[in-house]
Design a protein around this ligand. Structure first.
Ligand SMILES: NC(=O)c1ccc[n+]([C@@H]2O[C@H](COP(=O)([O-])OP(=O)(O)OC[C@H]3O[C@@H](n4cnc5c(N)ncnc54)[C@H](O)[C@@H]3O)[C@@H](O)[C@H]2O)c1
Length: 249
């Protein structure tokens, strides 16, 4: 497949590119200069710019959106919400049927859910709360859901929270302390990249609807969330269980 990646220069980008670049023709895009080594083509594309996204999507079979802007009010809407609108318009313009969206788990399961519930599935009604990051990502997901109702596009959204290097147990936020409980929505970078690959390669006819969401975290003892949909639907099999952080000696 010809695959366009938006926002591919961030933390997750290299893992996604690593998982798919030998199997597909990948065009990595982002706003700055390329920050990691890859044999894939690279181009500067601003996800908030409709013309640029439509231009980059020509001839593509799939678009993966990894872009995010978390803090600034205007930029957060421009990238995390409008970026998805631009991706949807680009898909319809060029007949790209396969869209992969990403975001934090709290764009679906915001503070209320997390405080009180267990076994949380990705098919529950969204309740992102009012934080800018969660809200702009949730709105972006809603734009894609509505587009999938009106156009022949298939949207799969993969939700993540904490990423880990499974050897050093480092996270983007710092070093996980051993013996201290870890967030109940954690995954190794490699396993996250593999989940995106599986969503990219799943036969569209096997999806129960044109808009599906998955919780992507490894098997953890907490039981707060459920990852069974990613396992069953995508055939995703996490390889790293991050036991060092939750096994008591
Ligand atoms: N890193 C985490 O801890 C974490 C946790 C949960 C979910 N996620 C989700 O995973 C996905 C990937 O995030 P990440 O960890 O790589 O984040 P990141 O912040 O490292 O990377 C985001 C990328 O988006 C790019 N970007 C910003 N504005 C852009 C624009 N206008 N046009 C194009 N690109 C733009 C940035 O340059 C950056 O390379 C996002 O959907 C994010 O919400 C990340």
């Amino acid at each position: 497949m010809n695959v366009l990646i938006l926002g591919g220069n961030g933390m997750l980008g290299p893992w996604v590119v690593g998982a798919i670049e030998r199997r597909h023709r990948v065009l990595v895009t982002d706003i700055g200069d390329l920050k990691f080594e890859t044999g894939a083509e690279y181009r500067k594309v601003d996800a908030s710019n409709l013309r640029q996204v439509v231009g980059a999507a020509a001839g593509m079979d799939a678009i993966i959106n990894l872009s995010v802007l978390r803090q600034d009010r205007k930029l957060a809407f421009d990238v995390s919400t409008r970026g998805n609108y631009n991706m949807a318009v680009a898909a319809v313009t060029h007949g790209v049927r396969r869209l992969i969206n990403t975001g934090p788990h709290f764009q679906l399961a915001g503070p209320n859910y997390e405080d009180h519930d267990y076994g949380l599935s990705p098919d529950m009604p969204p309740q992102p709360g009012s934080r800018l990051y969660a809200l702009t990502k949730a709105l972006g997901q809603e734009v894609l859901r509505i587009y999938s109702e009106h156009h022949d596009i298939y949207v799969q959204t993969l939700l993540f929270y904490n990423f880990y290097d499974p050897v050093t147990m480092k996270t983007p936020g710092g070093q996980q302390r051993i013996g201290v409980d870890l967030t109940p929505f954690s995954v190794a970078w490699q396993d996250a990249g593999e989940a995106v690959r599986l969503a990219l390669e799943i036969e569209l006819g096997r999806l129960p609807s044109r808009c599906e969401t998955y919780n992507v975290f490894t098997d953890l003892p907490h039981g707060k969330f459920s990852n069974s949909k990613a396992r069953q639907r995508l055939g995703w099999q996490p390889r790293h269980f991050l036991e060092a952080a939750w096994t008591r000696r």
